[in-house]
Design a protein around this ligand. Structure first.
Ligand code: XUL
Length: 526
């Protein structure tokens, strides 16, 4: 019988599964279920419930539970050897929270396979919907908690991040302030990850150090709930939170619900889940300290692993616990692909090939031209009203603007990741825009570092399957090594390496100073 491990990823728009065969080091099954299309009755748009206030973004915990039933039914139909799965782990979109009342624990313990998960969960939600990471309606609560914790630097030092609107602590505080009765009726607060993992385990399971760090409630160094952060957030909060534990830790056997209904092995192990970004760190193979990945997607994210905890005094970046031990960092830039697209459209450039050709007409450093491309409100640096600035850059010059957008994004990444004090040996680029070699060359030159493309279609679900394997092997008394575990699953695309040009790298060292001055000047007049 093959040794199979299942990883699930409950993300914003979909629930994905990856099954790995540990001995042949192969992904033997992968599938994704889009919430809007598969479960239209929940009326989500891109996984989010419509709301009159554009700052409020909620989704439905029952939708996620329904998706779990549907995905298991699909796996059974597709002939996945569910009986050969030794352990299950998973991850969820970060920061989102689920509010359960006192009936939840018994409902989870007694999941009835004759009913659906949704029917089993009838009457257990203390709040019908779950605020998710896209919500930005808690600016007041962020300010209140930050003030009580002593400002940006103190908050980041204590919890790993400054307070952010999407983080769970500010969301809990808003719920407590606006709906005190429903807050009082809340017996347990789960994250998306721990809620989904609890369904699998048939009991309320811990929150891990990766997702827990996205709450502004966990002491990032001691990895326990932070007493002052709890007090600053809401009364009687500690009693409503589960314990903290490492991702992948075995919490028992899977619930009999999944054994009877879908044929999971009764001996299969249930484990602690994590957040989608911490799971991706594993799925991309970022095990050693200093390994960095840049995801060039809708938003651009910069993340990597870090052995010792170092937090960002300016409060722009985040530090989470890494499922591989130690820490990971995450910096999220909102103006990623959309800003690149915007420049392409503005100058009527047909496609990315034409964009690259145009860019080749200019030299690295762009003659000192700088663009600050905040077409959308930006997370890093914090810019609440969209604005675009050009310094020594002619707005009519298409070629210069094509270069300027790539250089601005990469210079911003270098500038705003300096606090991590990591000198990467090689950067892995992933996400849609990583197929663009011109962009990767600018990245390699600005960072003065080799860049390789890595294409793992479901890095978070794969990371979760590897977590399940790690947890399962550890519980069996083995001492699995992460480097060996991920080997073979996360290989850079052959021939994708881009090396830095030494002259261009020197030019960017100088340009970075000008970029910083321009950014400071622009932020000063906001
Ligand atoms: C990370 C964040 C997002 C979500 C997306 O801080 O908010 O990346 O985890 O699922």
């Amino acid at each position: 019988m093959p040794r199979l491990f299942l990883g699930l990823d409950s993300s914003t728009q979909s629930l994905s599964a990856v099954v790995i065969d540990l001995d042949s080091r192969r992904v033997v099954y992968e599938n994704s279920l889009n919430f809007d299309r598969a479960l239209p009755a929940y009326k989500t748009q891109n996984g989010v419930l419509p709301h009159r206030d554009p700052l409020v973004k909620h989704s439905s915990p029952l939708l996620w539970a329904a998706a779990l039933d549907l995905l298991f039914a699909t796996m059974k139909k597709d002939g996945v050897e569910l009986g050969a799965i030794e352990a299950v782990s998973g991850c969820g979109q970060q920061h989102g929270s689920v509010y359960l009342n006192a009936k939840a624990a018994a409902a989870l313990r007694n999941l009835n396979p004759k009913k659906s998960l949704v029917q089993n969960l009838a009457g257990v939600l203390a709040r019908p919907t779950a605020p998710i990471w896209m919500d930005s309606s808690t600016a007041a609560e962020c300010a209140e908690i930050r003030a009580k914790l002593g400002g940006i630097r103190a908050t980041a030092t204590a919890t790993g991040s400054d307070t952010f609107e999407r983080f769970t602590g500010p969301q809990i505080r808003k719920f407590f302030k606006n709906e005190p009765k429903a807050y009082a009726a809340t017996a347990q607060i789960a994250l998306v990850s721990s809620f989904m993992g609890s369904l699998l385990a048939g009991k309320i399971i811990p929150i891990d150090y990766g997702d827990g760090a996205g709450m502004n409630l966990m002491d990032i160094r001691k990895k326990v709930w932070h007493p002052a952060a709890l007090t600053a957030t809401a009364p009687k909060l500690k009693g409503k939170l589960p314990p903290l534990a490492p991702a992948g830790q075995v919490v028992g056997k899977v619930s009999a619900y999944f054994v009877t209904k879908y044929g999971l092995n009764p001996e299969a192990l249930a484990t602690v889940w994590t957040g989608d970004n911490p799971a991706s760190v594993i799925g991309l193979g970022l095990i050693k300290s200093g390994q960095v990945a840049i995801s060039l997607g809708t938003s651009d994210t910069f993340f990597g692993s870090m052995q010792k905890c170092r937090t960002d005094a300016r409060g722009e970046g985040h530090v989470f616990g890494s499922p591989a031990g130690g820490y990971m960092t995450l910096i999220c830039f909102k103006n990623g692909s959309l800003a690149r697209e915007k420049v392409r459209e503005l100058y009527g450039i047909a496609d990315w090939k034409a964009f690259g050709k145009l860019l080749a007409k200019t030299k690295p450093g762009n003659g000192g031209a700088i663009l600050l491309p905040w077409f959308e409100a930006e997370i890093v640096p914090r810019v609440n009203t969209p604005v675009v600035h050009r310094f020594d850059l002619d707005a009519k010059d298409a070629a210069a603007n094509a270069r300027a957008i790539f250089e601005a994004q990469m210079l911003s990444m270098r500038r705003h990741s300096a606090w991590m004090n990591v000198a990467p040996e090689c950067i892995f680029a992933t996400g849609g825009a990583s197929a663009d070699r011109a962009l990767l060359q600018v990245l390699a030159d600005v960072m003065n570092c080799r860049v390789s493309r890595i294409e793992v279609s479901k890095s978070a679900a794969l990371g979760s399957a590897l977590l399940a394997a790690h947890g399962g092997l550890t519980a069996a008394g083995e001492k699995p090594k992460w480097e060996q575990l991920v080997a073979g699953f996360t290989v850079p695309v052959a021939g994708s390496e881009v090396r830095p040009d030494k002259r261009a790298a020197k030019t960017y060292d100088r340009l970075l100073e000008k970029f910083a001055e321009c950014e400071q000047a622009a932020l000063a007049v906001l």
